[in-house]
Design a protein around this ligand. Structure first.
Ligand code: DAH
Length: 352
């Protein structure tokens, strides 16, 4: 039995030196230390040995088994590192190859103008206040001094969302950013009803009107509203502020003029034109030979609107204005069709 163990050890170690890859290594392991290997067979035959032989054979069998296992571990290490060296040698990866270019998106032209307007207004002390897209009739019209059957209300055909059960105050998509004026005033005055704080905010947002889509009108468009409320705010402040805005937006030469107009929520009201920056005021196709481009509506906040916002009109005054960033984008880039904005044509969008 002892001779047999010596032979088993010798044969195993000899055959191991020919093992050179993972598959051969595994096959060798099964054959030489697996459950039905020669050493394991010796262990299972121990029962048939005499009392004197048994400890000797047992001790030797353990030695042989250990020797075979150690030799296996050593060889496995060798085979693995050889495999790694081979793969490093053969499967080369060129990490200096340039990557494939990733196409970068850009900001939408309407967003770019919107942000530029908000940047300029921020420099002038106007903080952004965002209001909701879904409004009530009360906020969109009534609180802004549009009486229920006022003809001005027909200026704006609206997308109504919910009318049933709320005939007096239906839900609709806001037709302008002006209702945000009242929401802001109510929020600030509610915090301090005796002494409401002065306000200087810009209200950007999407507006919606139920209209035929043409080159000149869309069903959705951005507006930026401005509101300043305080003690001693005058029409002179409004004029100076907007003249400054125009110079920052259109260049230091920009001139503006005020035309008397009408809005229910301001009194007096005006529309503001900027001198045509294409022809310098001489008259061209962009300004339709008038020399002027209309850019916004504005006025002194109507006393009723101040009251509706919780600001006492005997103590407070304010001015407001509303402009369309997309109209300004169209003028600046000589766009002749408003439908390009939401048409999602990359050939248009890529140009900005
Ligand atoms: N809300 C008006 C519109 O959508 C624009 C406007 C005009 C806003 C005068 C104002 C304003 O704040 O004072 O046509």
């Amino acid at each position: 039995m002892l001779d047999k163990l010596n032979e088993i050890e010798k044969a195993a170690l000899e055959s191991l030196s020919a093992v050179n890859d993972e598959a051969a290594l595994e096959a060798w392991r099964v054959a030489n230390i697996g459950r039905s290997s020669a050493v394991m067979n010796v262990f299972s035959q121990m029962g048939g040995l005499s009392k004197e032989e048994r400890p000797l054979v047992g001790q030797r069998a353990n030695q042989v088994k250990l020797a075979i296992e150690n030799a296996f571990a050593e060889r496995a290490e060798l085979v693995k590192s050889a495999a790694l060296a081979r793969s490093l040698e053969q499967d080369q990866l060129d990490i200096t190859l340039p990557g494939r270019p990733v196409r970068r998106g850009g900001l939408h032209p309407a967003t770019m103008t919107l942000r530029r307007i908000l940047d300029i207004l921020a420099e002038m002390g106007f903080q952004v206040y965002t209001s909701r897209d879904v409004e009530t009739d009360e906020m969109n019209f009534q609180a802004l001094n549009f009486p229920p059957h006022h003809p001005a209300r027909e200026m704006q055909d609206s997308f109504y969302i919910e009318t049933e059960g709320r005939e007096e105050n239906p839900l609709l998509l806001r037709t302008h950013t002006s209702p945000g004026q009242v929401r802001a005033m109510r929020e600030f005055s509610a915090a301090n009803p005796e002494n409401p704080p002065s306000i200087r905010i810009a209200l950007p947002g999407m507006c919606y009107r139920y209209e035929q889509i043409t080159a000149r009108s869309e069903v959705q468009f951005y507006q930026v509203e401005g509101l300043a409320v305080g003690e001693n705010i005058t029409y002179g402040d409004l004029k100076g502020m907007l003249a400054d805005f125009a110079r920052r937006m259109f260049g230091p030469q920009a001139k503006i003029r005020f035309r008397a107009s009408y809005f229910p929520f301001t009194e007096p009201s005006a529309e503001v034109d900027v001198e045509c920056f294409v022809c310098g005021g001489k008259g061209c196709a962009v300004c339709k030979n008038s020399g002027w481009l209309e850019i916004l509506g504005c006025g002194m906040v109507h006393p009723t609107v101040l009251q509706n916002g919780g600001y006492d009109p005997r103590r407070y005054t304010g001015f407001a204005f509303g402009m369309g960033p997309q109209r300004q984008t169209m003028l600046l880039h000589r766009m002749n069709d408003i439908r390009y904005f939401w048409g999602n044509d990359v050939r248009f969008l890529e140009q900005f």
